[in-house]
Design a protein around this ligand. Structure first.
Ligand code: NAD
Length: 267
């Protein structure tokens, strides 16, 4: 029998941190060996089991990322904030620990830094760890390559009211997939301010925030007298947690480099 995967969990008090704690507790192929949250979090010092209505785990939430690495994890699963992600990635590189980065809202510069650090350690960076959304990205690329002249692409996303970044990392990744299909640079065609007439070739984004929506994304191809819509609806955050655990067990076996969820699912 192989030893369980040792996971360190920053952001343990957050929505995704709690989801991953709950999923890992029910899976004997992995175990959470250390957890942290931001300094000042009301959950510091609490046992990650009891705070999620699970049996006592013996792992308490630390305010110090050093505690994550002291536990000798195989992998860090990060769903925090862009600033925390980059500081954790730098520490992971110096400790030679693999990483799953689910945090969204990273800037282009953050992405460059992460990619640079991934030359030393294996990193899966994925704005959406769901299997369905990963497949949606592939479909969008294929459809965008076929529906060119006179077809307008719009991307619409909805999320719960606590989400900070907009458009979502997933919406931007779907925009990248559409731009790749059309062989154009997304930055040159993305449209966020929708005042004024639509320019040919634009890829437009619309954002909705409210309630407890786990995540909905539609890529709509508008033609003349017809419309093709590709939609993914997440009804529970559990799909992101399951995907993150799958990515974690995969990345722990890889060589240094930056990978995407597509790579995880390809195996
Ligand atoms: P959340 O705000 O509920 O949780 C984030 C947690 O990180 C909080 O508990 C916060 O205190 C903690 N944190 C902040 N700074 C920290 C630090 N320096 N060290 C340790 N912990 C720190 O948010 P969430 O809904 O769990 O989402 C987290 C991130 O994951 C967001 O960027 C979100 O968009 C993204 N997300 C990605 C996916 C995906 O599939 N990749 C799915 C859901 C959410």
């Amino acid at each position: 029998m192989t030893a369980p995967l040792r996971i360190a969990l920053p952001g343990a008090a957050g929505r995704m941190g709690r989801m991953i704690t709950t999923l890992a507790a029910a899976d004997d192929r992995c175990m959470i060996v250390a957890a942290s949250d931001r300094p000042g979090s009301p959950m510091l010092g609490q046992d990650i089991g009891t705070m999620n209505q699970l049996p006592v785990s013996g792992v308490v939430v630390a305010d110090d990322a050093a505690a994550l690495f002291a536990a000798k994890p195989d992998v860090i699963i990060d769903f925090t904030t862009p600033a925390a992600t980059l500081s954790l990635a730098a520490m992971a590189a110096s400790h030679q620990v693999a990483m799953v980065v689910g945090t969204t809202g990273l800037s282009a510069e953050d992405g460059k830094q992460l990619s640079h650090l991934a030359s030393d350690i294996p990193v899966v960076w994925c704005a959406n760890t769901s299997v369905g959304v990963t497949l949606l990205g592939r479909l969008v690329e294929q459809v965008a390559a076929k529906l060119v002249d006179d077809w307008d692409i719009e991307i619409v996303e909805s999320h719960h009211k606590h989400k900070i970044d907009a458009p979502s990392g997933t919406a931007l990744a779907l925009g990248q997939a559409a731009a790749k299909g059309r062989n154009v640079d997304l930055d040159a065609v993305m449209s966020l301010d929708r005042t004024g007439a639509r320019q040919d070739g634009d890829i437009g984004f619309a954002v909705m925030r409210g309630g407890d929506v786990a995540g909905e994304h539609s890529v709509i191809f508008y033609g003349q007298s017809e419309r093709l819509e590709l939609t993914h609806r997440a009804t529970d955050r559990v799909i992101f947690g399951r995907g993150a655990l799958r990515a974690a067990s995969w990345i722990a076996q890889q060589k240094a480099g930056l990978y995407a969820m597509d790579d995880v699912l390809a195996d």
